[in-house]
Design a protein around this ligand. Structure first.
Ligand SMILES: *Cc1c(COP(=O)(O)O)cnc(C)c1O
Length: 389
């Protein structure tokens, strides 16, 4: 009786997080998956290899364990890991060819926009950006060359909620591939494959890694043919994560459920605090009953996540002051780590989006984004209180 006998379908998220993909090492019985820090594997006879392992760009046992683990957490069959979130997005775009067209949500992650706009556009892959809460606008954006719909929900930095099932229905009516970047929600809070997505994408740099100490990406799919194509791109293009990075993500997913519960609990308290503060113009958090995305979020998410955005009265001057005064929150890009971060999208994370477009997207100079960590919530609220006073 070994772990390979476990029926993954019957297990809860925490059990999967700790056990899926991770059988004890057959040689010494090590309980944690070893870091197979090797480029090549010795062959018994020419072409006779152990399992699939002949060269670590093609496959590595630490990576295989992580791919199985993430697939199980997303409720999918196949995981494919990459050296960064953007490398996993690029792998999906490599499924397309010159002349194809992609539809993105209008406030997609800045790096995703840059990848389409500056890299793949010149290779003949065009894109449209659409407010996905408007299904008529989405339907109108399709043309005969449309091959992929790509969304994030909650979106960044405005934390808008997109109805995954509604978009899946529209994309599939046109036989178009539908991908969801699940970085902000994580599989603990939201499972896009179960809601109709064909591909789930992650920057494991964020909540999956969870400790602000690695860069990584992953895709999860259910379709064997799609998985084969993406594994081929992974090997052929070569943006693979190192065995050490894979080990670190595997170590982190074991506590994903615990961390996410703590992130969500703290974020809710901070959103409530900001909501009643006189220096704040608007709070964006799908957990607030007044938030426009609340009803859909309640339907498709288990909880509302650890990200909170808000608009401070007084624009750039006031936000700069607040950002310089925080003590526990650190002024930094990125998100999803155990420590709380604060970001000024217009100057920091979303600076790669042209100013005109940023303004059209509502990324004003007073907009501030918090990645709420898992410190004690009273300390976090006190820190914001003194920074805003
Ligand atoms: C960070 C991020 C990415 C890019 O991931 P990297 O690991 O930085 O390459 C993609 N999508 C979202 C939603 C992100 O937050």
């Amino acid at each position: 009786m070994g772990k390979s006998d476990l029926d993954l379908k019957e297990l809860g998220f925490g059990t999967l997080a700790i056990h899926a993909g991770q059988t004890p090492d057959p040689v010494y019985g090590a309980i944690s998956t070893p870091i197979f820090q090797t480029s090549t594997f010795v062959q018994k006879s020419p072409g006779v290899i152990v399992e699939d392992y002949d060269y670590s760009r093609a496959a590595n046992p630490t990576r295989t364990a992580l791919e199985a683990n993430l697939a199980a957490l997303e409720g999918g069959k196949y995981g494919i890991c990459f050296s960064s979130g953007l490398a996993s997005i690029a792998a999906v775009i490599h499924l397309l060819k010159s002349g194809d067209h992609v539809i993105l949500n209008d406030d997609v992650y800045g790096g995703t926009f840059r990848l389409f706009d500056k890299v793949f556009q010149q290779l003949g892959i065009s894109h449209s950006m659409v407010d996905m809460s408007d299904t008529k606008a989405l339907e109108a954006a399709f043309n005969p060359q449309t091959k992929l719909v790509w969304i994030e929900t909650p979106t960044n930095p405005k934390l808008k909620i997109i109805d995954i099932q509604a978009v899946a229905k529209i994309a599939h009516a046109d036989k178009v591939l539908f991908a969801v970047d699940n970085t902000f929600a994580t599989p603990y809070l939201q499972k896009p494959l179960e809601l109709g997505a064909d591909i789930v994408s992650h920057s494991s740099t964020k909540y999956l890694g969870g400790h602000s100490d690695l860069i990584g990406g992953a895709l999860v799919v259910n379709d064997k043919e799609l998985s084969d194509k993406l594994h081929f791109i992974q090997k052929a293009v070569g943006a693979v994560p190192s065995p050490l990075e894979c080990f670190m993500v595997l170590r982190s997913t074991k506590t994903l459920h615990l961390r996410m519960d703590a992130h969500c609990k703290n974020a809710r308290q901070i959103a409530d605090f900001l909501k009643q503060h006189s220096a704040i113009e608007q709070v964006m958090y799908p957990g607030l009953p007044t938030d426009p995305g609340h009803e859909v979020a309640k339907r498709q998410m288990k909880d509302f996540g650890g990200m909170v955005s808000f608009v401070i009265k007084g624009g750039l001057e006031k936000s700069r002051k607040m950002l310089e005064r925080v003590k526990i929150f650190s002024l930094a890009e990125s998100l999803g780590g155990v420590e709380s971060l604060v970001d000024h999208p217009a100057i920091m994370s979303h600076a790669s989006i042209p100013k005109k477009m940023r303004e059209a997207m509502g990324i004003s100079d007073g907009l501030i984004r918090l990645s709420v960590g898992i410190e004690d919530s009273t300390d976090l609220v006190e820190d914001l209180k003194q920074a805003l006073s």
